[in-house]
Write a protein that binds this ligand. Structure first.
Ligand code: ATP
Length: 481
């Protein structure tokens, strides 16, 4: 990360803390690495993103239904899915600092430094060689690659490395009071398996016909080895996943359709086209026949935000094998039974939150009418998901203005989140709402008493207009639906 990128990222992290979006977990005990808590405005924003996704998947598609599966699952689930044997990353430890690194992160970090020194070709060649060795799982050669490039530890500065080992990312725990291997449970590392094991329950109970989808949001856990990535890479995070079950042979058409649909969803939240790109997977997992990431330009560069994968019938077939239960669907249109193929769309809620926050954040210099300048920090969050939709400000604390404001608040608060404030100058109140992304502020003044109009101030343009107070609720509802 360049110093400028780093500064920008640190500014967003500080803003998130100062305005009650994201706090380090158990901060009074110095925090817990890669675990975060969401504050008053953060929890609203996160919930709004989740609801927006949920609505777009279930309410707006009559062939997608929801599910809320438990975090704990029968341990064989993770044998069948391949996570027990394969969900691991190659790691290396520095013997002096005892710091552990993911091998690809260590080498990529070094390549980024080379690139920032103008050695792009060298950096690309290094990453290319790394990818080839990772694909072959040639750990001895990878260690040699680290040593010959003199890639050091950021803490000790030395190149005194252990051998590279595979490290499983699943957290385990025990069920019941007796600890033995048969009682070992895993905290799910993805929500998708809850959908696969419930495939027939859902299909039969909701009388779904292929093609159809099952959507789910929920917590997932991964014992990630992380370095300063805030909520981009967490150990406890939330996923929003949808598995779409299709007739074999039609999956690639559906894959294209879901790529477009997901991109349109991102656009509908105001993410600029130049901030996102598709990155097709060149090396496919053995069970996939197409896969693409939607990458977002985070403050530290383009990184994966969402994955869209054509997973064939791999998961259902494996569960059929391990459970001995049929995972077949009878398709009345073609009079055949088959295991459906699956297109999956999988997005991290916390990553989407960070994408929204970083694309919304702006520090603006403002020229005032008297020639002096001022500044503001504003979050251009789409009104559909902003934590607060409407702020209501009586100009003064007297003359009956607060009563009118509270009446408006009572009328609007059952429909959407409002905020009422009487304190401080109006300009200061606007700034506080800009900083949390409130799209509309209305001011009640003495004229309101005469003609029932209020001043609406729009967050992004800062323009003001006078409208009848009776129109306020309709205006906000029009912007958030
Ligand atoms: P990465 O390569 O960044 O580790 P991944 O390819 O392992 O991600 P998937 O298993 O495809 O990720 O998970 C789907 C989505 O879940 C990702 O696109 C991302 O948005 C989110 N996600 C995955 N791991 C984390 C994490 N540790 N913290 C926050 N979000 C995550």
């Amino acid at each position: 990360m360049s110093t400028k990128q780093d500064n920008n990222f640190q500014t967003i992290i500080s803003h998130a803390k100062e305005y009650g979006f994201v706090f380090p977990s158990s901060e009074i005990y110095d925090g817990l690495s890669a675990v975060y808590d969401y504050g008053p405005y953060g929890s609203e924003l996160k919930k709004n993103i989740r609801n927006y996704w949920w609505k777009s998947m279930t309410q707006l598609h009559d062939n997608i239904v929801g599910l809320d599966a438990a975090i704990f699952m029968h341990p064989t689930t993770w044998k069948a899915s391949g996570h027990v044997d394969n969900f691991s990353d190659p790691m290396i430890d520095n013997k002096d600092s005892k710091k552990r690194y993911r091998v690809d992160h260590l080498i990529e970090g070094f390549a980024e430094k080379l690139e920032s020194k103008g050695k792009k070709e060298e950096a690309d060649a290094l990453v290319e060689e790394m990818n080839q060795l990772l694909a072959k799982e040639d750990f001895a050669a990878l260690k040699t690659l680290i040593e010959t490039n003199k890639i050091g530890c950021e803490v000790s500065g030395t190149c005194n490395w252990t051998d590279i080992r595979q490290f499983n990312l699943m957290f385990s725990t025990e069920i019941g009071s007796v600890a033995d291997a048969t009682n070992t449970l895993y905290l799910r590392p993805e929500t998708a398996q809850g959908i696969f094991v419930n495939f027939l329950n859902v299909q039969k109970s909701a009388r779904m016909k292929v093609p159809f989808g099952i959507a789910q949001t929920g917590k997932a856990f991964r014992n990630e080895i992380v370095a300063r990535q805030f909520i981009f890479r967490m150990r406890e995070f939330e996923q929003m996943e949808m598995q779409f079950f299709v007739r074999p042979g039609t999956e690639l058409d559906w894959f294209e359709k879901w790529k477009e649909e997901r991109l349109a969803w991102h656009r509908s939240l105001g993410i600029a086209p130049e901030k996102e790109r598709f990155l097709p997977h060149i090396k496919l997992a053995h069970y996939a026949n197409a896969a693409v990431d939607i990458e977002f330009e985070f403050p530290f560069g383009f990184k994966e935000l969402e994955g869209i994968h054509s997973r064939t019938d791999y998961d259902l077939r494996r569960h059929q094998e391990f459970s001995g239960k049929k995972m077949m669907y009878f398709d009345p249109e073609i009079n055949q039974s088959y295991i459906p193929y699956v297109i999956e769309t999988s997005i991290g809620l916390d990553r989407m939150f960070l994408a929204i926050l970083s694309s919304a954040y702006e520090e603006q210099e403002l020229k005032k009418e008297d020639g002096t300048s001022d500044s503001r920090t504003v979050l251009h969050i789409s009104p559909k998901i902003s934590p607060v939709k409407l702020a209501i400000f009586p100009l003064t604390k007297k003359d009956g203005l607060p009563e009118i404001g509270k009446e408006l608040m009572e009328d609007c608060k059952t429909a959407f989140r409002c905020y009422y404030e009487e304190k401080d100058a109006i300009g200061k109140r606007y700034r506080r709402q800009d900083a949390i992304g409130t799209p509309f502020c209305v001011t009640i003044d003495h004229q309101t008493k005469e003609d029932n109009t209020v001043t609406v101030r729009h967050r992004d343009s800062m323009t003001q207009e006078r409208i009848p107070m009776s129109e306020v609720k309709k205006m906000v509802l029009g912007a958030i639906l």
